[in-house]
Design a protein around this ligand. Structure first.
Ligand code: GCO
Ligand code: MG
Length: 401
């Protein structure tokens, strides 16, 4: 069996997605997500110019060999663009292998380790009263875990809090600018979780995303102030380039930490995992080198009592979500999966058979990943430039986003 064609499809059914579709001489096709929010065309060009030419004629069965060929062969290792491109190829090859075997991909990964994939939804609103309504909506739909974000009094708008129905941070062709005050934020957040716990009791799992905005000592203080509300995790409390900074957070709080949505290789995770500085690692298929590399990360994490908590925002396409669920259902150290529902337009462009029931997502039982790209539908939604915002402190200083 040989790869005869590889198409890179950029489509924007409400937001931009990049998808790689591989075609074989046997007629079997495979898809991989290659979306890097705000930098989509960089990955599309990397694939089209440098990867597609070396794929034509290759044996699609050789997944590990192809991964090594693309990773070592490029010489320039790691980085979000390279690793997203490799992820797309790897995911498409697993899809093909599953279809050829007549098995859903999770069966090739060792089979089920659980009955369903526990997911968390996003409750966000400007005020605490409104966020309580959002949380109860998730509880009614059967969710067991909810991420809670509110506006911060005194700030004109806050990340993770949408004003429209759909949460979409990449909201303009040129970056919009948002404002930030750590003092106002730290003064407000504990009162939000006090209200949520009071209303929903101890059973509901609660999460919160700090989006890399604090210093280690500020994060330590926040973690400690949230301890009475027993969060399942506090996400990205600080930018994670300085990994030893997490030692300081750990010395002061038992609030569990989740990090890794911007990581793209096992080397980004290594210190945090092996020093047990985090509890959940948030790498996912599309940005961390595909199913092959993600499993390597989660296997390392398992040795150190670190569980998976894969990123699953709407800028990761249904192709990534389908693949993530095959990993989630099969690994021993699954923790939680983020799940933001895609729009009906996106679902129509990416028909899939994974589904939500009883608070769980269930991977497809079809051979392969159980997701496809409808190329005709995709062609109806041309690319629109969209970038992520830039964040500034109230005095104008550029701050982490
Ligand atoms: C999350 C993330 C997202 C990201 C977005 C960037 O936890 O879901 O932080 O909200 O900001 O995916 O592309
Ligand atoms: Mg996040």
């Amino acid at each position: 069996m040989r790869i005869t064609d590889a198409r890179v499809v950029v489509t924007s059914p409400g937001r931009n997605f990049v998808t790689l579709k591989l075609v074989t001489d046997g007629g079997v096709t495979g898809v991989g997500d290659a979306t890097l929010n705000g930098r989509e065309l960089a990955v599309a060009a990397y694939l089209t110019e440098h990867v597609v030419p070396v794929l034509i004629g290759r044996d699609p069965a050789r997944i590990e060999d192809t991964w090594q060929y693309l990773y070592k062969g490029a010489y320039w290792r790691r980085g979000p663009v390279t690793m997203t491109a490799i992820a797309a190829v790897d995911t498409a090859l697993w899809d093909i292998k599953g279809k050829v075997a007549g098995l859903p991909v999770y069966q090739l990964l060792g089979g089920r380790s659980r009955e369903g994939v526990t997911v968390y939804g996003h409750a966000n609103a400007e005020t605490v009263d409104d966020v309580l309504v959002e949380v109860s909506g998730y509880v009614e739909r059967g969710y067991r875990a909810v991420r809670v974000q509110t506006g911060v009094p005194g700030l004109p708008g806050t990340y993770g809090v949408s004003t429209s129905e759909v949460y979409e941070p990449a909201d303009a062709a040129l970056p919009t600018e948002t404002a930030w005050s750590t003092e106002a934020y730290l003064a407000h957040v504990p009162s939000v979780f006090a209200r949520v716990r009071e209303e929903f009791g101890p059973g509901l799992r609660l999460l919160h995303d700090v989006h890399h905005r604090l210093t280690p000592i500020e994060a330590a203080r926040l973690g400690r102030s949230l301890e009475p509300y027993s969060l399942t995790w506090l996400e990205d409390p600080v930018p994670a380039e300085l990994q030893e900074g997490f030692r300081l957070i750990r010395r002061h709080t038992t609030t569990p930490l989740a990090v890794g949505e911007v990581f793209n290789s096992i080397h980004d995770c290594r210190q945090l995992v092996t020093e047990q500085l985090v509890d959940y690692i948030r790498t996912t298929v599309v940005h961390a080198g595909g199913i092959t590399h993600l499993r390597r990360i989660f296997d390392l994490a398992a040795l150190y009592h670190v569980r998976s908590g894969s990123h699953g925002a709407t800028d990761l396409s249904p192709v990534c979500m389908a693949a993530a669920l095959h990993v989630d259902i099969s690994i021993p150290n699954f923790g939680l999966q983020e799940y933001m529902r895609h729009t009906p337009e996106t679902d129509a462009v990416f028909p899939h058979t994974y589904h939500f029931a009883d608070g769980y997502l269930h991977p497809s039982e079809e051979p392969g990943l159980g997701v496809d790209l409808d190329e005709e539908a995709a062609a109806r939604f041309p690319y629109r430039p969209a970038q992520l915002p830039v964040n500034r402190l109230l005095d104008g200083t550029v701050h982490s986003w």
